[in-house]
Structures are given as C-alpha cells and as structure tokens.
Design a protein around this ligand. Sequence first.
Ligand SMILES: [Zn+2]
Length: 197
Amino acid sequence: MKTVRFKKASNFANHLVLAEQLIQLGARPPIVSQLCRLSRQQSIDLYKSVKGCPPKQGMLPHDHQWVIQSTCRNIHASLFLGILDDIRRRLSIQQSSAQVLVDAYSIYKNIVSNIFIEPKGISLGAKQFSLDINRAWSLISMLLAGDLIFTVCACCRARFLSMIHPNATFSQCPICTVWTDRSGRRRWVSAKSKKPI
Ligand SMILES: [Zn+2]
C-alpha cells in the first residue's frame, strides 16, 4: 500500500478519517481534496488504498436541470438536501463540510435502504435508485448558491426542491403533481401534454 504523506496540521487525523469515510461512500478524489485539505495526488493515493482500484476519470456531475428531470430524482434530492439542511440549521453552520456531507449522506442511505428498497416500502417510482454522493455534492452547491430552494406542498405537506435558476424555473411536487404512464413510471404533470400516451 502506498504511503500517503500529509501536510503539517493539527487536525490531520480528523481529515484522514473523513477522507476515508467519503471515499467509502463513493466520493471521488476532487471532492475529497476540496473538503479534506488533501492534495489531488494524496486523495488519489488514498482512494486506491481504500477502494483497491483507481478512481473514475472524467468530469464530476454538474447538471443544473438534473433535479427536475424526473420525479424520482427530485424525491431523492429533496430527501438528501432536506437532511443536510436540517443538520446545518441545527448546528448553525453556514457552509457545508466533509463532516456534514458524511453525516447527511449516511442518514440518507440508511433511509433509502429501509424505505425505498424494502419490499413493502412506499412506492413512489423511486425504487432501486439512490443518489450518488458526487451528484449529492453538486446539489449542495446549487442549494448554497440559491439555485435550488425548498417548497412545502400545499396538498401533501412534503418538502420538495424547486428550481429558480434563470434557465429553468420549475416547481412541482414530485408526489402530487404527477401522473403514471403505461410502464408505471411517474411523470410530471407538465410533461403529460408533451408526451401523451
Ligand atoms: Zn404534494
């Protein structure tokens, strides 16, 4: 195993533990570097040590319209960012951090594995899907930038994500404002006129 060398700092141990946790959750080296104050090469070496293989190459997820492209994506993104926002408010944290990401994503994964994947779990067209932590990180950036905001549905009281990005304003409840096509897929009501069955 290649030895990872760290800069001098009082909290190296904490950063190392968090970096390893992030990698175990699927985070790629650029995110680990940014959150845990490691160099790019240190993050890559740590990734190889933890995962036993090189990290995936290419761009990190960054699509402004991803969260509104399906009701399933909106449900998962709303659940994850809702957990993260609750943690931030409870701890009075303005920015996100490695610890907040690890905590929020771990809680999210636990909920998904217990609710969405269970045979008798709720059916929202969101089974067999879970938010990738790298995608989750990009969504946090959009929330902090104000491109995503929370809206409470007047009908079901669910807290869901609306988009106020200049190129894509969108606000529909992923639970109520939907219809189901012949394949059983839940779609936005606004998409019905575009893709009639
Ligand atoms: Zn609703």
